[in-house]
Design a protein around this ligand. Structure first.
Ligand code: GLN
Ligand code: ZN
Length: 762
């Protein structure tokens, strides 16, 4: 049995890629320097695979920004608005980031991961302008003298994730729609299959042995028609290909329509055996084509836990009942870029218990090698028992509380209308109350103080005094702007999940565990390894101090359980929902402390609520049900008079709006300005009868919104949402903005609210 890998992290062990690309953007390094540094990072990845004994080494899986964007540009998929840029590299970055003349291409989540890709806009003269896989193959061969397996996004997935222009109904205007939902899908797929065929022919002529086409879209719920199109497309992709071994790789979920798609006319199929048992079940049920290679994804590319190699060896043994061992290639399942590069820098930083049970990308290479050597030479496999180490961190009290609510209804007893009435009487707020989402500009100075404190360069007292000054300032600003519900500004928080994770038991933080989120942006997800509990209050001090400075209500600000979970790595020994309940129970204690301290409004942010949505529709309802339950659990013991807010900031509300309603928050604030009313459409169709703050301007841009724009959004909302339910706020937190635009923007917002308020009460 041979081994292969794919999707090894591109960012470099110390985020070298981020640093050099950003330096290039700032004009600090030349294009040649960028290219040479990037090649060095790329080749060091290849060498790492060689050194770790990987048999079939990938190429073309490195990227300066995004691999979907790389695929688009090799086929000349370049929107008209960027054609004025001559230099192809600068044009490439411009498509991702926008320029003052051309707005950036849309960026969106890659399947159910926290990676984001640049959405291709299919139009114009689509043709093969650069055979990237071939270039990569040659490059590595010349540099290191080895033959590699080029990896490329497959034609079905590429077209499926693209957008196309379609004429709007009853209008001459064109708008962009998802290719997968457009009548143009089959046409574009057909076009791309010929281009891919050309790519493969050139690779075959070069004497390439393996090529991998990634088709994660094959795990989605495809219609029979789409499955038919996929099979037909691959007939054409493979036309006249004889010696080149084409492997279609799938991951993140089990292959859909297994009995059909497993028979794609290619040499090999890659399946994910880590995510669940479904691919294995299908092999048991339908077998596996005798003439094909199975690329078995047996170690995780998404979870940071060591693989239980003995169990995995049993799985492989079972697979070899169906597939000849020489036809099995062992691989990682999901691409490795969802993991940090290496555990090495964490030694001495994380506890020894954690070091013993974690595995990042480099450790996956070693695991694959152990498995191969085990089957080749009978080398013993180590015992790894992640479970028993994790169980050292069990918390009986937490377990009992979870057991009590596991099958119980949770949520507030009094219905919304009654609660809202009591709350509004107590709060004495006018119609269309104004507020913000929580954070205020985090200036250089704020960031420096936080960093100095963390590094021990200033004392706790100095730091706390500084934060107090910031709170005093932001309260004064909000009073002067005449906002109705104030916030403390969140100056003490670098990151809305990290801040809470650091104060909760059961969370660990790496020193260098960076994972690419998009382009040069990397995040360091917390690792939830043990039972979660809250030893001490987390937000009380700042909130209470802010409230002491003003007569207006100050909102307590918490990050919700579902968001904390979805933005972390989490343990796999208990169901995901139980981890959510544990976090919710910890937050519930905080909510009660805030209540006791006299805080009357508490906002529990859930911007990542939708991110955990399973790819397969049949699994979505169960997720949404427990996610709603976790959210409700986080505050269901407060008094009716306490107003619970939540905040979400993405646009795809339509399919989950029913569940958002079930969350039963007294007030929700949502994004509405960027999606140009798409969200409003959802609320037009669904009778949303709880408090709702429509985001009246886009905080992602420094532009100051005009009063007319704000007014238009509010007037539109007033058409189908009861006026006493409407709140007025920006569409997200203000921490990335500067003070110079924040104040005039909020002033315009308050002006409009006051004007409409007067009009409504006449
Ligand atoms: N309260 C957070 C803030 O204002 C919400 C951030 C978010 O939605 N991502 O920064
Ligand atoms: Zn937001």
């Amino acid at each position: 049995m041979k081994t292969t890998i794919h999707g090894y992290p591109k960012i470099g062990p110390n985020r070298e890629l981020k640093k050099v690309v950003e330096a290039y953007w700032k004009g600090q390094v030349s294009k040649d320097e960028l290219i040479s540094k990037a090649s060095e990072i790329n080749l060091s990845r290849v060498k790492k695979a060689i050194d770790n004994g990987v048999d079939i080494i990938p190429s073309n899986d490195f990227s300066l920004y995004d691999f979907v964007l790389d695929t688009a540009t090799m086929f000349n998929v370049i929107p008209e608005r960027f054609k004025y840029i001559e230099d192809s590299l600068d044009r490439y970055f411009a498509m991702a980031r926008g320029t003052d003349k051309a707005i950036a291409c849309e960026m969106t989540k890659w399947f159910d991961t926290n990676y984001h890709y640049i959405v291709p806009e299919l139009a114009g003269d689509i043709k093969l302008v650069k055979n990237r896989p071939l270039k990569s193959y040659r490059y590595v061969k010349e540099a290191l003298g080895i033959k590699t397996k080029p990896v490329l996004v497959g034609p079905f997935t590429f077209v499926y994730l693209s957008k196309v222009y379609e004429r709007q109904e009853g209008s001459i205007l064109m708008k962009m729609v998802k290719a997968s939902e457009s009548s143009k899908f089959a046409g574009y797929l057909d076009l791309f299959t010929s281009l891919y065929n050309q790519v493969l022919k050139e690779l075959e002529n070069e004497g390439v042995e393996y090529v991998q086409l990634d088709e994660p879209a094959f795990v989605l719920d495809l219609s029979d028609e789409e499955v038919g199109l996929a099979l037909k497309a691959y007939e054409k992709v493979m036309d006249e290909i004889k010696n080149l071994k084409v492997i279609v790789n799938t991951y993140y979920e089990s292959l859909s329509s297994y009995d059909k798609l497993v028979n794609l006319p290619v040499h090999g199929i890659g399946l994910d055996f880590v995510v669940n048992n479904e691919n294995l079940e299908n092999i048991r049920k339908y077998g596996f084509p005798a003439d094909k290679i199975l690329v078995a994804g047996v170690v995780s590319g998404r979870d940071p836990w060591k693989t239980n190699l003995k169990e995995t060896a049993n799985l492989i043994k079972e697979l070899s009942n169906y597939i000849k061992p020489e036809n099995i290639i062992l691989s990682n399942a999901a691409p490795l870029f969802h993991l940090p590069v290496s555990l090495e820098p964490e030694k001495g930083h994380l506890s020894q218990d954690l070091i013993n049970i974690l595995a990042f990308a480099d450790e996956r290479l070693a695991e694959l090698k152990s498995l191969r050597d085990h089957f080749a030479n009978g080398v013993d496999l180590p015992d790894t028992d992640v479970k028993s180490i994790i169980s050292k961190y069990n918390n009986e009290a937490v377990r009992q509380t979870v057991a009590q609510i596991r099958n119980a209804e949770v949520g507030r007893k009094t219905p919304f209308e009654e609660r809202y009435k009591k709350q509004m009487e107590l709060l004495k707020l006018p119609l269309l109350p104004t507020t913000t989402i929580g954070s205020f500009p985090q200036t250089q100075e704020v960031r420096k103080y936080r960093a100095d404190y963390k590094a021990g360069r200033i004392s706790q007292e100095e730091y706390e005094n500084f934060i107090k000054k910031q709170i005093e300032y932001v309260i004064k600003v909000q009073e002067e702007l005449d906002l109705d519900v104030l916030v403390h500004g969140e100056f003490e928080r670098t990151d809305m999940v990290e801040f809470f994770g650091e104060k909760l038991e059961g969370f660990a933080f790496t020193k260098n565990g960076w994972v690419q989120s998009y382009g040069t942006r990397c995040v360091r997800p917390p690792i939830i390894y043990g039972d979660v509990s809250r030893p001490n209050p987390m937000t009380l001090k700042e909130t209470v101090y802010a409230q002491s400075l003003t007569d207006r209500p100050v909102k307590g600000m918490l990050t919700g359980p579902v968001t904390i979970l979805n933005w972390s790595f989490y343990r796999k020994d208990i169901p995901k929902e139980e981890v959510a309940y544990q976090i919710a129970i910890a937050l519930r204690e905080e909510v009660l402390d805030l209540e006791k301290a006299g805080i009357k409004i508490i906002q529990i942010d859930e911007p990542a609520f939708r991110e955990g949505l399973p790819l397969k529709k049949s699994k979505q309802e169960a997720y949404l049900n427990w996610a709603v339950k976790a959210f409700k659990l986080s505050h269901d013991t407060v008094k009716d008079e306490i107003q619970i807010h939540t905040h979400m900031c993405y646009s795809e509300f339509n399919e989950i709006i029913e569940y958002i309603h079930k969350m039963d928050a007294d007030v929700i604030s949502i994004e509405a300005s960027r999606s140009k009313g798409e969200i409003l459409e959802a609320f037009e169709r669904f009778n949303y009868d709880h408090g709702i703050g429509i985001g009246v301007y886009d905080i992602h841009s420094p532009r100051i919104p005009r009063e007319e724009e704000i007014e238009e959004i509010l007037r539109r909302s007033l058409k189908y949402i009861r006026k006493d339910l409407i709140w007025v706020n920006p569409d997200c937190g203000l921490k990335t903005r500067g003070w110079e635009e924040t104040i005039p923007s909020l002033r315009n917002m308050v002006n409009v609210a006051k004007r409409l308020r007067k009009e409504l009460s006449q």
